[in-house]
Design a protein around this ligand. Sequence first.
Ligand SMILES: [Zn+2]
Length: 462
Amino acid sequence: MRMREIDLLVEAEFLYPVSEGNPIVHGGEVAIAGDRILHAGPAMPAGTWRPARRLGGRGRAVLPGFVNCHSHAASIVFRSQTDDRAAKSALFDVAFRMEKDIADEEWALLAEVGCADMLRAGITTINDIWYAPWHLAAAVERCGLRAQIAHKVFDVRLEELHRGDWTHLAARGEARLRDGVDFVARWHGAAGGRIGGRIGTHATDTCAPGLLRDARAEATRLGVGMHVHAAQSAGEVERILAAHGCGPLEHLRDTGMLADDVVVAHLTLATDADLDAVRETGARYAHCPTIYPRRGRYPRLDAILSRGIPTGFATDWMQNDPFEGMRNAMNAMRLLRADPAALECAEAIRLHTMGAARVMGLDAEIGSLEPGKKADLVVVDIDRPHLQPYYGAHAALAFYARAGDVEASVVDGRVVLEGGRPVLLDEARALAALAPRIPAWRGRLEALGSRAVFGPGCACCG
Ligand SMILES: [Zn+2]
Protein backbone atom coordinates (compact mmCIF):
# COMPACT_ATOMS: atom_id res chain seq x y z
CA MET A 1 0.00 0.00 0.00
CA ARG A 2 1.34 3.44 -0.90
CA MET A 3 1.71 5.91 1.92
CA ARG A 4 -0.45 8.99 1.54
CA GLU A 5 1.37 12.27 1.94
CA ILE A 6 -0.41 14.60 4.34
CA ASP A 7 0.45 17.91 5.96
CA LEU A 8 -0.32 17.12 9.57
CA LEU A 9 -1.09 14.03 11.66
CA VAL A 10 -2.55 14.69 15.12
CA GLU A 11 -2.38 11.62 17.34
CA ALA A 12 -4.61 11.22 20.38
CA GLU A 13 -4.62 8.82 23.30
CA PHE A 14 -8.26 9.89 23.52
CA LEU A 15 -10.05 11.48 20.57
CA TYR A 16 -13.36 13.31 21.07
CA PRO A 17 -14.64 13.93 17.53
CA VAL A 18 -18.06 15.27 18.73
CA SER A 19 -19.57 13.57 15.68
CA GLU A 20 -22.96 11.83 15.60
CA GLY A 21 -23.53 9.99 18.91
CA ASN A 22 -20.64 11.86 20.57
CA PRO A 23 -18.21 8.90 20.57
CA ILE A 24 -14.82 8.73 22.32
CA VAL A 25 -12.01 6.94 20.47
CA HIS A 26 -9.21 5.37 22.52
CA GLY A 27 -6.14 5.52 20.27
CA GLY A 28 -7.31 7.91 17.58
CA GLU A 29 -5.85 10.28 15.05
CA VAL A 30 -6.75 13.15 12.77
CA ALA A 31 -5.10 13.27 9.33
CA ILE A 32 -5.05 16.71 7.71
CA ALA A 33 -4.29 17.78 4.15
CA GLY A 34 -4.25 21.52 3.56
CA ASP A 35 -7.05 23.06 5.63
CA ARG A 36 -9.26 19.92 5.61
CA ILE A 37 -9.63 16.75 7.66
CA LEU A 38 -9.02 13.57 5.64
CA HIS A 39 -9.59 11.13 8.48
CA ALA A 40 -10.67 11.43 12.11
CA GLY A 41 -11.16 8.23 14.06
CA PRO A 42 -9.24 5.14 15.17
CA ALA A 43 -5.54 5.24 14.25
CA MET A 44 -4.94 3.74 10.82
CA PRO A 45 -2.31 1.00 10.40
CA ALA A 46 1.31 2.15 10.50
CA GLY A 47 2.42 3.25 7.05
CA THR A 48 -0.93 4.73 6.01
CA TRP A 49 0.27 8.32 6.21
CA ARG A 50 3.47 10.17 5.46
CA PRO A 51 2.90 13.36 7.46
CA ALA A 52 5.00 16.46 6.97
CA ARG A 53 4.38 17.20 10.63
CA ARG A 54 3.01 15.49 13.75
CA LEU A 55 1.26 16.79 16.89
CA GLY A 56 -0.17 15.12 19.98
CA GLY A 57 0.58 11.52 20.88
CA ARG A 58 0.40 9.52 24.10
CA GLY A 59 -0.88 11.54 27.04
CA ARG A 60 -2.85 13.85 24.78
CA ALA A 61 -6.59 14.29 24.24
CA VAL A 62 -7.79 15.85 20.97
CA LEU A 63 -11.14 17.52 20.37
CA PRO A 64 -12.63 20.15 18.05
CA GLY A 65 -11.49 23.68 18.81
CA PHE A 66 -13.88 25.48 21.15
CA VAL A 67 -16.33 27.81 19.42
CA ASN A 68 -17.17 30.98 21.34
CA CYS A 69 -20.40 32.29 19.81
CA HIS A 70 -20.60 35.57 21.81
CA SER A 71 -17.44 37.40 22.82
CA HIS A 72 -15.86 40.81 23.40
CA ALA A 73 -12.12 40.17 23.07
CA ALA A 74 -11.06 43.73 23.89
CA SER A 75 -13.38 44.06 26.90
CA ILE A 76 -10.60 42.76 29.15
CA VAL A 77 -9.95 46.40 30.12
CA PHE A 78 -12.85 46.03 32.61
CA ARG A 79 -11.59 42.84 34.27
CA SER A 80 -12.38 42.88 38.00
CA GLN A 81 -14.23 46.22 37.67
CA THR A 82 -17.85 45.16 37.13
CA ASP A 83 -17.93 41.87 38.98
CA ASP A 84 -19.16 42.60 42.48
CA ARG A 85 -21.98 44.96 41.51
CA ALA A 86 -22.46 43.51 38.07
CA ALA A 87 -26.22 43.24 38.11
CA LYS A 88 -26.78 46.71 39.51
CA SER A 89 -24.79 49.71 38.49
CA ALA A 90 -21.16 48.86 37.71
CA LEU A 91 -21.95 48.17 34.07
CA PHE A 92 -23.70 51.53 33.70
CA ASP A 93 -21.64 53.58 36.19
CA VAL A 94 -18.24 52.34 35.15
CA ALA A 95 -18.03 50.35 31.90
CA PHE A 96 -20.55 52.24 29.74
CA ARG A 97 -19.09 55.61 30.84
CA MET A 98 -15.49 54.59 30.20
CA GLU A 99 -15.86 52.84 26.84
CA LYS A 100 -16.02 56.14 24.93
CA ASP A 101 -12.72 57.30 26.49
CA ILE A 102 -10.72 54.39 25.15
CA ALA A 103 -8.90 55.24 21.94
CA ASP A 104 -8.95 53.05 18.86
CA GLU A 105 -5.28 52.17 19.25
CA GLU A 106 -5.96 51.10 22.84
CA TRP A 107 -8.76 48.79 21.67
CA ALA A 108 -6.18 47.37 19.23
CA LEU A 109 -3.77 46.53 22.05
CA LEU A 110 -6.57 45.03 24.15
CA ALA A 111 -7.89 42.98 21.23
CA GLU A 112 -4.50 41.43 20.65
CA VAL A 113 -4.12 40.37 24.30
CA GLY A 114 -7.72 39.11 24.24
CA CYS A 115 -6.88 36.97 21.20
CA ALA A 116 -3.86 35.52 22.98
CA ASP A 117 -6.07 34.66 25.96
CA MET A 118 -8.66 32.96 23.73
CA LEU A 119 -6.00 30.96 21.89
CA ARG A 120 -4.38 29.77 25.11
CA ALA A 121 -7.79 28.57 26.37
CA GLY A 122 -8.41 26.35 23.32
CA ILE A 123 -10.86 28.68 21.60
CA THR A 124 -10.41 28.56 17.83
CA THR A 125 -13.49 30.54 16.69
CA ILE A 126 -15.07 33.69 18.10
CA ASN A 127 -18.21 35.71 17.36
CA ASP A 128 -17.31 39.21 18.53
CA ILE A 129 -19.20 42.50 18.78
CA TRP A 130 -17.29 45.55 20.07
CA TYR A 131 -15.62 48.85 19.26
CA ALA A 132 -12.90 49.17 16.60
CA PRO A 133 -13.65 45.79 15.00
CA TRP A 134 -11.09 46.55 12.28
CA HIS A 135 -8.32 46.22 14.87
CA LEU A 136 -9.70 42.92 16.14
CA ALA A 137 -9.97 41.69 12.55
CA ALA A 138 -6.33 42.61 11.94
CA ALA A 139 -5.30 40.75 15.12
CA VAL A 140 -7.39 37.73 14.09
CA GLU A 141 -5.84 37.77 10.63
CA ARG A 142 -2.36 37.71 12.20
CA CYS A 143 -2.87 35.24 15.04
CA GLY A 144 -4.77 32.57 13.08
CA LEU A 145 -8.11 32.51 14.92
CA ARG A 146 -11.38 32.10 13.00
CA ALA A 147 -13.91 34.87 13.66
CA GLN A 148 -17.14 36.56 12.80
CA ILE A 149 -16.93 40.19 13.87
CA ALA A 150 -19.41 43.03 14.19
CA HIS A 151 -19.12 46.74 14.97
CA LYS A 152 -21.17 47.77 18.01
CA VAL A 153 -24.15 49.76 16.69
CA PHE A 154 -26.38 51.83 19.02
CA ASP A 155 -28.03 55.25 19.03
CA VAL A 156 -28.08 56.21 22.72
CA ARG A 157 -25.29 57.81 24.71
CA LEU A 158 -24.13 54.79 26.71
CA GLU A 159 -22.35 57.17 29.09
CA GLU A 160 -25.69 58.79 30.00
CA LEU A 161 -27.66 55.61 30.66
CA HIS A 162 -26.62 55.64 34.31
CA ARG A 163 -28.67 58.88 34.65
CA GLY A 164 -31.69 57.22 33.06
CA ASP A 165 -31.26 59.17 29.81
CA TRP A 166 -32.23 56.82 26.99
CA THR A 167 -32.63 59.45 24.26
CA HIS A 168 -32.23 57.87 20.83
CA LEU A 169 -30.04 59.98 18.55
CA ALA A 170 -30.79 58.90 15.00
CA ALA A 171 -27.67 60.48 13.48
CA ARG A 172 -25.46 58.66 15.97
CA GLY A 173 -27.11 55.33 15.15
CA GLU A 174 -26.84 55.91 11.39
CA ALA A 175 -23.15 56.82 11.68
CA ARG A 176 -22.35 53.72 13.68
CA LEU A 177 -24.34 51.55 11.29
CA ARG A 178 -22.42 53.06 8.36
CA ASP A 179 -19.13 52.17 10.07
CA GLY A 180 -20.45 48.65 10.67
CA VAL A 181 -21.40 48.30 7.01
CA ASP A 182 -18.00 49.62 5.90
CA PHE A 183 -16.34 47.11 8.21
CA VAL A 184 -18.29 44.21 6.66
CA ALA A 185 -17.51 45.43 3.13
CA ARG A 186 -13.79 45.50 3.94
CA TRP A 187 -13.43 42.32 6.05
CA HIS A 188 -16.16 39.78 5.21
CA GLY A 189 -14.41 36.76 3.68
CA ALA A 190 -10.90 38.05 4.52
CA ALA A 191 -7.97 35.92 5.66
CA GLY A 192 -8.85 33.12 3.26
CA GLY A 193 -12.42 33.08 4.56
CA ARG A 194 -11.43 32.80 8.25
CA ILE A 195 -13.00 36.21 8.96
CA GLY A 196 -16.67 36.93 8.44
CA GLY A 197 -18.63 40.08 9.19
CA ARG A 198 -21.93 40.59 10.97
CA ILE A 199 -24.09 43.62 11.68
CA GLY A 200 -24.12 44.05 15.46
CA THR A 201 -27.05 45.92 16.93
CA HIS A 202 -26.00 46.30 20.56
CA ALA A 203 -29.29 45.68 22.40
CA THR A 204 -33.06 46.03 22.15
CA ASP A 205 -33.14 49.21 24.25
CA THR A 206 -30.01 50.93 22.90
CA CYS A 207 -31.28 50.91 19.30
CA ALA A 208 -34.54 52.58 18.25
CA PRO A 209 -36.88 50.40 16.13
CA GLY A 210 -35.94 52.33 12.98
CA LEU A 211 -32.25 51.58 13.54
CA LEU A 212 -33.02 47.87 14.07
CA ARG A 213 -34.94 47.83 10.77
CA ASP A 214 -32.18 49.70 8.89
CA ALA A 215 -29.56 47.36 10.33
CA ARG A 216 -31.61 44.33 9.24
CA ALA A 217 -31.91 45.73 5.74
CA GLU A 218 -28.15 46.30 5.51
CA ALA A 219 -27.34 42.80 6.81
CA THR A 220 -29.69 41.29 4.23
CA ARG A 221 -28.23 43.43 1.44
CA LEU A 222 -24.69 42.40 2.43
CA GLY A 223 -25.63 38.74 2.88
CA VAL A 224 -24.34 38.56 6.46
CA GLY A 225 -25.92 37.68 9.80
CA MET A 226 -26.66 39.85 12.84
CA HIS A 227 -25.64 39.81 16.51
CA VAL A 228 -27.60 41.31 19.42
CA HIS A 229 -27.92 41.27 23.23
CA ALA A 230 -31.53 40.69 24.36
CA ALA A 231 -33.50 40.18 27.59
CA GLN A 232 -30.28 40.84 29.48
CA SER A 233 -31.46 43.19 32.24
CA ALA A 234 -34.62 44.07 34.14
CA GLY A 235 -34.35 47.71 33.02
CA GLU A 236 -34.28 46.68 29.36
CA VAL A 237 -37.33 44.41 29.78
CA GLU A 238 -39.26 47.21 31.56
CA ARG A 239 -38.39 49.80 28.91
CA ILE A 240 -39.42 47.58 26.00
CA LEU A 241 -42.64 46.61 27.76
CA ALA A 242 -43.47 50.28 28.45
CA ALA A 243 -42.66 51.41 24.91
CA HIS A 244 -43.96 48.49 22.85
CA GLY A 245 -46.19 46.45 25.15
CA CYS A 246 -44.22 43.23 24.70
CA GLY A 247 -41.00 41.46 25.60
CA PRO A 248 -37.60 42.24 23.98
CA LEU A 249 -37.64 39.21 21.67
CA GLU A 250 -41.24 39.81 20.61
CA HIS A 251 -40.13 43.37 19.85
CA LEU A 252 -37.19 42.19 17.71
CA ARG A 253 -39.52 39.82 15.87
CA ASP A 254 -42.08 42.59 15.30
CA THR A 255 -39.42 44.90 13.81
CA GLY A 256 -38.63 42.11 11.34
CA MET A 257 -35.09 41.71 12.62
CA LEU A 258 -35.14 38.11 13.84
CA ALA A 259 -34.23 35.38 11.37
CA ASP A 260 -32.06 32.27 11.30
CA ASP A 261 -28.92 34.35 10.72
CA VAL A 262 -29.30 36.28 13.99
CA VAL A 263 -27.28 35.36 17.08
CA VAL A 264 -29.11 36.45 20.24
CA ALA A 265 -27.04 36.57 23.42
CA HIS A 266 -28.44 36.03 26.93
CA LEU A 267 -32.28 35.64 26.99
CA THR A 268 -31.81 35.86 30.75
CA LEU A 269 -35.25 37.37 31.43
CA ALA A 270 -37.06 36.06 28.35
CA THR A 271 -40.70 35.09 28.83
CA ASP A 272 -42.33 32.10 27.12
CA ALA A 273 -43.66 34.50 24.47
CA ASP A 274 -40.12 35.82 23.92
CA LEU A 275 -38.73 32.31 23.53
CA ASP A 276 -41.54 31.44 21.12
CA ALA A 277 -40.55 34.48 19.04
CA VAL A 278 -36.98 33.17 18.87
CA ARG A 279 -38.15 29.68 17.89
CA GLU A 280 -40.66 30.89 15.26
CA THR A 281 -38.06 33.01 13.49
CA GLY A 282 -35.24 30.45 13.64
CA ALA A 283 -32.93 32.86 15.49
CA ARG A 284 -30.05 31.27 17.40
CA TYR A 285 -28.93 31.53 20.99
CA ALA A 286 -25.54 32.27 22.59
CA HIS A 287 -25.53 31.11 26.22
CA CYS A 288 -22.76 32.52 28.46
CA PRO A 289 -22.57 30.29 31.56
CA THR A 290 -19.79 32.11 33.40
CA ILE A 291 -21.36 35.57 33.48
CA TYR A 292 -24.88 34.59 34.65
CA PRO A 293 -24.13 33.19 38.13
CA ARG A 294 -22.06 36.33 38.79
CA ARG A 295 -25.13 38.43 38.08
CA GLY A 296 -27.38 36.28 40.24
CA ARG A 297 -29.77 35.15 37.54
CA TYR A 298 -29.55 32.15 35.22
CA PRO A 299 -31.45 31.93 31.90
CA ARG A 300 -34.02 29.14 31.47
CA LEU A 301 -31.76 26.91 29.43
CA ASP A 302 -34.17 23.95 29.72
CA ALA A 303 -37.05 25.97 28.24
CA ILE A 304 -34.75 27.18 25.45
CA LEU A 305 -33.36 23.75 24.56
CA SER A 306 -36.77 22.06 24.78
CA ARG A 307 -38.06 24.49 22.11
CA GLY A 308 -35.33 23.28 19.78
CA ILE A 309 -33.69 26.73 19.59
CA PRO A 310 -30.15 26.21 18.23
CA THR A 311 -27.92 26.89 21.24
CA GLY A 312 -24.21 27.18 21.87
CA PHE A 313 -21.94 28.22 24.71
CA ALA A 314 -19.96 31.44 24.79
CA THR A 315 -17.77 33.39 27.20
CA ASP A 316 -19.21 36.94 26.87
CA TRP A 317 -16.70 39.32 28.37
CA MET A 318 -13.47 39.26 30.37
CA GLN A 319 -13.23 35.55 31.14
CA ASN A 320 -12.42 33.22 28.29
CA ASP A 321 -12.06 29.72 29.74
CA PRO A 322 -14.43 27.26 28.01
CA PHE A 323 -13.73 24.56 30.60
CA GLU A 324 -14.86 26.92 33.36
CA GLY A 325 -17.91 27.77 31.24
CA MET A 326 -18.93 24.14 30.82
CA ARG A 327 -18.58 23.54 34.56
CA ASN A 328 -20.55 26.66 35.43
CA ALA A 329 -23.37 25.58 33.11
CA MET A 330 -23.53 22.06 34.51
CA ASN A 331 -23.38 23.24 38.11
CA ALA A 332 -26.02 25.90 37.53
CA MET A 333 -28.44 23.57 35.76
CA ARG A 334 -28.01 20.83 38.36
CA LEU A 335 -28.65 23.30 41.20
CA LEU A 336 -31.64 24.92 39.49
CA ARG A 337 -33.29 21.61 38.70
CA ALA A 338 -32.03 19.85 41.87
CA ASP A 339 -31.01 17.06 39.54
CA PRO A 340 -27.41 15.78 39.15
CA ALA A 341 -28.24 14.62 35.60
CA ALA A 342 -29.58 18.01 34.47
CA LEU A 343 -26.81 18.82 31.98
CA GLU A 344 -24.33 16.07 31.25
CA CYS A 345 -20.69 16.43 30.29
CA ALA A 346 -21.00 15.12 26.72
CA GLU A 347 -23.76 17.67 26.07
CA ALA A 348 -21.72 20.50 27.63
CA ILE A 349 -18.80 19.69 25.31
CA ARG A 350 -21.18 19.52 22.33
CA LEU A 351 -22.68 22.91 23.20
CA HIS A 352 -19.22 24.58 23.21
CA THR A 353 -18.22 22.99 19.86
CA MET A 354 -20.93 21.81 17.43
CA GLY A 355 -23.69 23.73 19.21
CA ALA A 356 -21.86 27.05 19.02
CA ALA A 357 -20.77 26.35 15.42
CA ARG A 358 -24.43 25.90 14.47
CA VAL A 359 -25.35 29.15 16.21
CA MET A 360 -22.81 30.90 13.95
CA GLY A 361 -24.02 29.05 10.85
CA LEU A 362 -20.65 27.29 10.57
CA ASP A 363 -21.68 23.73 11.51
CA ALA A 364 -21.11 22.37 8.01
CA GLU A 365 -17.46 23.49 8.25
CA ILE A 366 -16.35 23.29 11.89
CA GLY A 367 -17.49 22.10 15.35
CA SER A 368 -16.65 18.41 14.94
CA LEU A 369 -13.75 16.34 13.65
CA GLU A 370 -15.05 14.63 10.52
CA PRO A 371 -13.62 14.02 7.05
CA GLY A 372 -14.18 16.97 4.74
CA LYS A 373 -14.52 19.55 7.51
CA LYS A 374 -12.05 22.32 8.22
CA ALA A 375 -9.17 21.21 10.45
CA ASP A 376 -9.86 23.21 13.63
CA LEU A 377 -8.84 21.27 16.76
CA VAL A 378 -7.14 21.44 20.13
CA VAL A 379 -4.65 19.13 21.82
CA VAL A 380 -4.99 18.86 25.60
CA ASP A 381 -2.09 17.65 27.76
CA ILE A 382 -3.69 15.01 30.00
CA ASP A 383 -0.39 13.98 31.62
CA ARG A 384 -1.03 16.28 34.56
CA PRO A 385 -1.64 15.54 38.25
CA HIS A 386 -5.10 17.11 38.37
CA LEU A 387 -6.22 14.89 35.49
CA GLN A 388 -4.90 11.56 36.83
CA PRO A 389 -5.93 8.83 36.38
CA TYR A 390 -7.31 9.85 32.98
CA TYR A 391 -9.90 7.23 32.03
CA GLY A 392 -11.16 9.14 29.02
CA ALA A 393 -14.78 9.89 29.94
CA HIS A 394 -16.36 13.14 28.79
CA ALA A 395 -16.32 14.17 32.46
CA ALA A 396 -12.52 13.88 32.53
CA LEU A 397 -12.40 16.88 30.21
CA ALA A 398 -15.53 18.77 31.17
CA PHE A 399 -15.12 18.65 34.96
CA TYR A 400 -11.34 18.37 35.44
CA ALA A 401 -9.42 19.98 32.57
CA ARG A 402 -8.45 23.66 32.59
CA ALA A 403 -7.67 26.23 29.94
CA GLY A 404 -3.97 25.96 30.87
CA ASP A 405 -3.95 22.28 29.84
CA VAL A 406 -4.43 23.21 26.18
CA GLU A 407 -1.08 22.52 24.56
CA ALA A 408 -1.71 23.08 20.87
CA SER A 409 -4.39 24.36 18.50
CA VAL A 410 -4.92 24.06 14.79
CA VAL A 411 -7.13 26.38 12.72
CA ASP A 412 -7.64 25.79 8.98
CA GLY A 413 -4.91 23.12 9.18
CA ARG A 414 -2.39 25.63 10.53
CA VAL A 415 -0.77 25.27 13.97
CA VAL A 416 -1.63 28.48 15.84
CA LEU A 417 -0.80 27.41 19.41
CA GLU A 418 2.13 25.22 20.39
CA GLY A 419 3.64 24.50 23.80
CA GLY A 420 0.67 26.43 25.20
CA ARG A 421 1.81 29.65 23.45
CA PRO A 422 0.42 31.47 20.43
CA VAL A 423 2.67 30.79 17.46
CA LEU A 424 1.78 33.70 15.18
CA LEU A 425 1.25 36.46 17.73
CA ASP A 426 4.05 38.08 19.72
CA GLU A 427 2.47 37.76 23.13
CA ALA A 428 5.38 39.30 25.05
CA ARG A 429 5.28 42.37 22.80
CA ALA A 430 1.49 42.61 23.17
CA LEU A 431 1.71 42.48 26.98
CA ALA A 432 4.57 44.99 27.04
CA ALA A 433 2.52 47.39 24.89
CA LEU A 434 -0.45 47.11 27.25
CA ALA A 435 1.45 47.75 30.49
CA PRO A 436 2.12 51.52 30.09
CA ARG A 437 -1.61 52.15 29.49
CA ILE A 438 -2.78 50.56 32.74
CA PRO A 439 -2.13 53.53 35.13
CA ALA A 440 -4.33 55.85 33.02
CA TRP A 441 -7.11 53.28 32.86
CA ARG A 442 -6.85 52.79 36.62
CA GLY A 443 -7.10 56.53 37.14
CA ARG A 444 -10.20 56.76 34.96
CA LEU A 445 -11.82 53.85 36.80
CA GLU A 446 -11.11 55.58 40.10
CA ALA A 447 -12.59 58.82 38.82
CA LEU A 448 -15.76 56.95 37.85
CA GLY A 449 -16.02 55.63 41.38
CA SER A 450 -15.08 52.03 40.79
CA ARG A 451 -14.73 50.39 44.17
CA ALA A 452 -12.60 47.68 42.69
CA VAL A 453 -9.32 49.51 42.03
CA PHE A 454 -6.33 49.80 44.33
CA GLY A 455 -6.89 52.80 46.55
CA PRO A 456 -4.32 55.50 47.32
CA GLY A 457 -1.31 54.34 49.27
CA CYS A 458 -0.48 51.42 47.06
CA ALA A 459 3.35 51.25 47.05
CA CYS A 460 3.66 50.99 43.29
CA CYS A 461 1.05 53.44 42.07
CA GLY A 462 0.85 56.02 44.87
ZN1 LIG B 1 -22.04 40.48 25.57
